[in-house]
Design a protein around this ligand. Structure first.
Ligand code: UDP
Length: 384
């Protein structure tokens, strides 16, 4: 068997020459590589439409609450290949995925490799595809925070430029790609599969009532919060200040914690803030859809706000999702701003909910998975 070093050396040549795939040796199946909670949420609707997917889970998220258990609850079948890169450094994750998957893709080439978003799994999967001389479909392409301190920004920029087909959720995302010189014929505007996902998974009123009862909260009278970005959770004084702000909003606060955050000593439960394990997706959506406001540094949560129509205070310096800013989401760069914006929204919650109830989501109408599947079939036809 050839070593990965051989594969890499050989394929740098074909990459430079622009050779993308060799359909004659392709298995005809589509490899879908992912490894985190938000990727599972947003790839599930697409996987439903791909009858020939080879599902590859990187293991980047490895706790059951974020990986196997979480994906199964979304209706996803178990992966065809389960890797175990979780817990390693960023460089090891990308290297190990690129190495292992390139070897696999050379041995058994799929017709194309699909990756999503901006994680280490996205980058590792895309590099492996390129090394193996295969085409790449990048779902959720063209997002830009212009914040070079964010690893996600590195990942998404590189993968956008490697991709053979960039599925941009909005015209804003498409314009970022065009501005960076990516040719128009590599881009398709699809909407975001987060809308498709929510249409399937949005809990009904009875489920919502049950979940609210389970957590002892009343609709429109509690705050939901999530944090996991390094700018918040790797900075203990900032994180402590943030928790203090939440504690003084005058409402109970539910704080389901990403395992990344749970490592922090600062997360002692305090006053109004109730720290929870990461929630099953259905429970999270039920609590999100009925909260007064959400305070979060999550990317996916900003998108979901536009479908569930709940205001989000975005606890970040920058966002790659400008489509929702100042409508559903409000950027708050420091704890002081988070407190000020949260208090303003809470000052007239009913008015705020009514204001955004009539707005359309900028992420489409729930047909993104169908559009992406059609674009894949058109660009990478089946070989049988
Ligand atoms: N989520 C969940 N349970 C939780 C917290 C979040 O199901 O306890 C979901 C949320 O609805 C969204 C996704 O996880 O679909 C967001 O993931 P995360 O914040 O980890 O990643 P990001 O979107 O920031 O990349």
């Amino acid at each position: 068997m050839s070593s990965v070093a051989d594969v890499t050396h050989h394929d740098l040549g074909s990459y430079a020459a622009g050779v993308v795939s060799n359909p004659s040796r392709s298995s005809g199946r589509i490899a879908v590589v992912f490894g985190t909670r938000p990727e599972a949420v947003k790839l599930a609707p697409l996987l439903d439409r791909l009858d020939d997917a080879v599902i590859i889970h990187s293991g980047q998220h490895f706790s059951p609450a974020l990986a196997a258990e979480f994906s199964a609850a979304l209706g996803m079948r178990a992966p065809d290949l389960q890797l175990t890169v979780g817990g390693a450094t960023r460089t090891s994750q990308v290297r190990d995925l690129a190495t292992t998957l390139a070897r696999r893709f050379v041995a058994e080439p799929p017709r194309v490799v699909v990756v999503h978003g901006d994680t280490n799994s996205t980058l590792g999967g895309a590099l492996a595809a390129r090394i193996a001389g295969l085409g790449i479909v990048h779902v959720e392409a063209g997002l830009r925070s212009d914040d070079r301190a964010m690893p996600e920004e590195h990942n998404r920029r590189i993968v956008d430029h490697l991709a053979s087909l960039a599925c941009a959720p909005t015209t804003i995302a498409r314009d970022h790609l065009l501005a960076e010189g990516i040719p128009d014929d590599r881009i398709v505007v699809t909407g975001n599969t987060v809308v498709d996902a929510l249409q399937r998974l949005r809990p009904d009123p009875a489920t919502t009532a049950r979940v609210l009862g389970r957590y002892g909260v009343t609709a429109d009278a509690y705050v939901l919060a999530t944090f996991h970005r390094p700018e918040n959770v790797d900075d203990p004084p900032r994180f402590t200040a943030l928790l203090d702000v939440l504690d003084h909003l005058g409402l109970p606060v539910l704080l389901p914690l990403h395992p990344r955050t749970a490592r922090l000593d600062a997360v002692a439960p305090r006053g109004a803030v109730r720290v929870l394990e990461p929630l099953p997706h259905e429970e999270f959506l039920a609590l999100f859809g009925a909260c007064a406001i959400c305070v979060s540094d999550s990317g996916g949560v900003q998108e979901e706000a536009s479908v569930l129509r709940r205001p989000v205070v975005v606890a970040r310096r920058s966002t790659e999702r400008p489509e929702v800013i100042d409508t559903f989401a409000h950027l708050a760069p420091d704890p002081e701003a988070i407190g000020a914006i949260a208090r303003r929204l809470l000052g007239d919650v009913a008015g705020e909910h009514a204001r955004i109830a009539g707005l359309d989501s900028p992420y489409g109408v729930g047909d993104a998975a169908a559009r992406i599947a059609d674009a894949i079939d058109a660009r990478f036809p089946r070989t049988e």
